[in-house]
Ligand binder design. Structure first.
Ligand code: ADP
Ligand code: MG
Length: 284
């Protein structure tokens, strides 16, 4: 075992980066394409409510309370933001369903609530949805549109430096993929220095997109997928190097990933690539 492996490994551990084995390190040393998920990966996932657009019969407060009631059992960052913005005591949910990449359905007493994106609403026949250019969720009660909540996420302060660092280490292409809308996604990509975005993707479309990129983007190196490890298991497995970020990740994502970043920060990624390059170089 080369000395750099030991030293580098120790330095990474102290920064909250766990590499699973020397094969992961070798593949990381050859990275050319890095695909990032947005929410909770490149952004911090602590969304703020920017604006509430109730329909005529509702107030902003009503809209928020209904959305929070429906979202109380979801761990999605959007759900957490909505629930924590609501001061009201929330009613008990009798039925709850979560649709990955779409939203939630909850029954409270006789009322059926839907909170989610346009795809969810359209699939349930909800009509009269306004067009708002941003990160938005629609709220429907008994199949009627009752309002929109616009949210805003923040790029991680460490993202731009980490991405510059991996590019300096030989990564040729960086891509951001997300279920979110184009305008906020482009804003995050610009702030982080990520070259390409693919937005509005359902979970299975993200997987297909990663597969497509791995097969069609000509590089002589490896591909990493960096995700939050909750809805990203398949991509973590598919990539040559799966990187699971943050502390929300499950045991399953820990199994699927080759690198775990437990620090709530992206800078460990830049460090990891640098250490692997150095180690690999010494090992050769
Ligand atoms: P990302 O790709 O940015 O990680 P997700 O795939 O987790 O995003 O979610 C994509 C979209 O699905 C969100 O932007 C939102 O519109 C919708 N969505 C998913 N889960 C929820 C939820 N619990 N409540 C409302 N909307 C949701
Ligand atoms: Mg996500």
């Amino acid at each position: 075992v080369p000395l750099a492996f030991v030293c580098g490994g120790g330095r990474l551990e102290s920064e909250g980066v766990h590499m699973k084995g020397s094969e992961a390190m070798e593949r990381t040393a050859d990275l050319r394409l890095v695909v990032f998920n947005k929410t909770g990966t490149v952004t911090n996932g602590n969304l703020q409510i920017k604006k509430i657009y109730p329909t005529q019969e509702f107030s902003e407060k009503n809209c928020l309370a209904l959305a929070a009631a429906a979202e109380q059992l979801s761990q999605h960052p959007i759900a957490r933001a909505i629930a924590s913005a609501c001061q009201e005591k929330l009613p008990k949910i009798e039925e709850f369903e979560e649709f990955p990449g779409r939203g939630v359905r909850a029954r409270i007493g006789d009322h059926v609530l839907l909170v989610g994106n346009r795809k969810l609403m359209v699939s349930r026949g909800v009509k009269g949805l306004p067009d708002i250019d941003g990160t938005v969720v629609y709220i429907a009660c008994e199949g009627e549109h009752i309002g929109v909540i616009e949210l805003e996420d923040t790029v991680r302060p460490s993202a731009a430096d980490a991405i510059k660092k991996i590019k300096d280490q030989g990564v040729e292409r960086t891509v951001l993929i997300t279920g979110d809308a184009e305008t906020p996604t482009q804003r995050i990509a610009n702030a982080a220095g990520i070259d390409t975005v693919h937005c509005g993707l359902m979970p299975e479309e993200k997987q297909a997109k990663l597969d497509f990129m791995m097969r069609t983007i000509p590089t002589d190196g490896t591909t990493a997928y960096v995700g939050d490890g909750v809805s990203d298991i398949e991509q973590l497995k598919m990539a040559d190097v799966g990187v699971a970020m943050g502390t929300r990740g499950s045991r399953y994502s820990a199994d699927a990933a080759n690198i775990l970043i437990t620090a709530n920060d992206l800078s460990g990624l830049g460090e990891a690539v640098q250490v692997c390059k150095t180690t690999h170089g010494v090992a050769m």
